[in-house]
Design a protein around this ligand. Structure first.
Ligand code: PLP
Ligand code: COI
Length: 339
């Protein structure tokens, strides 16, 4: 067990002992290689560097109340990475290879899994990119798949305390028929400038609108949006938002809690009517919103200073399943035995 201040871990890169790598060449993936280097050697003409042939994933391993280590819905991350690969014409990582890499990455770095009760977890970052050289705009003929892990705390330093976010109209993270629905690096590059501005203005994150009409809520930079009112959990449906595995899980938990669930376009004006609102994702978990400020119109949408009752219940239930405190009736977790 490492000597780390587990309770106060930020969400960030923390070096661990090993990472896993495989390369795709001539139509097949190589055996996984265990590496103790934090560096990779990449061709200067790699398409991942030039033409954005790159995708990543994010999932976590949790040390449970019973001492067991659990993954949460890893199959969905594997599927999403295959969808991302298809979207930008990269070789797909087979689910078995995906699992084998994350399983080994967690086991080999077991001493970095935060202890139960600290609220922290081991973030797993699978990465796929075009490593083959091209100068014309074409897909590479070689790909690299890497998995590393880092112990992390919550994405927003406030943890489960409400945050302020900035709604922007002068930037989009993805084009209407672009790549917003897959997890490729370009979407995040597009979000950096407005996110930096928001941070400088004192906000935790940016809330983007639909790129075509600027009428509907899309999502936050690193997480999906949800609102709750009149016993209904509302979350946007849009081609340009990332299908969040956390959100998909919260929809089920919301129904279990007796809420109705609506996935539909959410007009900006509706923000006024929500009793609770927040962001959700693997890194963010649930981050309730205290207020949303429209940067252009200056209109403010205010929510409670403390997390609302439904957000709290959703957060407690989700994390109780992840940390093995509650029975996993939906079959979402995979126990990694013997760690
Ligand atoms: N939206 C964006 C843009 C993200 O980067 C993420 C994180 O992966 C999410 C939403 C949340 O998705 P998930 O719950 O699958 O982590
Ligand atoms: C995640 O929630 O896993 C993310 O990838 C969000 C962010 C760090 C990009």
């Amino acid at each position: 067990m490492e000597n780390i201040d587990w309770k106060n871990l930020p969400f960030g890169y923390y070096p661990t002992d090993y990472n896993l790598r495989s390369t795709w060449k001539d139509g097949k993936w190589s055996d996984l290689e265990v590496s103790s280097s934090e560096f990779i050697s990449v061709h200067m003409a790699a398409t991942g560097l030039h033409y954005g042939q790159e995708a990543f994933e994010g999932l976590k391993a949790y040390r449970g109340k019973d001492g067991k280590v659990r993954l949460f819905r890893w199959e969905d991350n594997a599927i999403r990475m295959r969808n991302s690969a298809q979207g930008v014409m990269m070789a797909e990582v087979p689910d078995e290879l995906f699992f084998s890499a994350i399983n080994q990455a967690v086991r080999l770095n077991a001493k970095f899994i935060p202890p139960y009760g600290t609220g922290s977890s081991l973030y797993i970052r699978p990465l796929l990119f075009g490593s083959g050289a091209q100068v014309g705009v074409k897909p590479a003929k070689e790909y690299m798949f890497v998995v590393f892990v880092s112990p992390v705390g919550p994405y927003f330093k406030e943890g489960f305390s409400p945050v302020d976010v900035e709604l922007v109209r002068d930037y989009d993270r993805a084009a209407p028929l672009g790549t917003g629905h897959i997890k490729v690096g370009g979407n995040y590059a597009a979000s950096l400038r407005p996110a930096d501005r928001a941070h400088n203005d004192g906000y935790s994150a940016v809330l983007f609108l639909d790129a075509r009409e600027k009428k509907f809520i899309d999502e936050a930079g690193p997480a999906n949006f949800f609102g709750i009112k009149n016993g209904i959990y509302v979350t946007p449906s849009s081609r340009t938002i990332l299908p969040s595995i956390t959100n998909k899980s919260l929809e089920v938990i919301a129904e279990d809690l007796g809420l109705k669930v609506e996935r539909r376009p959410v007009p900006v004006e509706e923000l006024d009517t929500f009793e609770e609102a927040g962001a959700c994702g693997t890194a963010a978990i649930i981050s309730p919103f205290r207020k949303i400020v429209d940067r252009q119109t200056k209109k403010e949408y205010n929510y409670a200073e403390k997390a609302g009752p439904y957000s709290t219940k959703l957060y407690q239930t989700l994390t109780a399943i992840q940390f093995g405190e509650m029975e996993d009736t939906h079959g979402w977790t995979t126990v990694l035995e013997g760690i």
